[in-house]
Design a protein around this ligand. Sequence first.
Ligand code: URA
Length: 201
Amino acid sequence: MESIKDITNEILKCKRCKLHLTKTNYVPGDGNENARIVFVGEAPGREEDKQGKPFVGSAGKLLNETLLKFGIRRERVFITNVLKCRPPNNRDPLNEEIEACIPYLYRQIMAIKPDVIVCLGRHSSKQVLGFFGEKFRGITSDRGKFFEVMLNGKKIVIMPTYHPAAILYKPQLKDVFEDDIKKVAEIIGKLEKKRTLFDFF
Ligand code: URA
């Protein structure tokens, strides 16, 4: 089975779509390769493109604060995006860019084999649920739902929620977003009790 490092090295040389010509840095993903939770966003923004790391701008700050509020340390999770390069001016990803890039995300998920995948926003929800043969009906109807799917013989949960940038834009959604992250913290806590003390997430 390939490692996250192998996949990262491949992403750092990628020329599968035109975004490699306009990006500053590739943003392959960041975090723990044994993570119990994987967060998937849409695409790097300006700050992520500058630093080569996902969710380090204002949406990332809100994500970090929310994770901490429910006892989820960022070093314990893996965070990545559907696209590994920034679309110019943060425009929506094009279908051809998603098609070119998405195999990296699927390979990252298979390498990590998390217990939970949290999809941040509609692009990520559509792609991740689609990969597991589930239909995404829209963020308003599907956010906060747990989709149980099989990953190489292991039962895992996928939960779509709002993108943290949407919370910055519409603060009235913050409570719902926090409830979703809290549910994830709770199921991870439940799973954890079944494990040994040394198998901590
Ligand atoms: N928005 C995303 O979808 N991903 C990032 O990494 C940053 C902002």
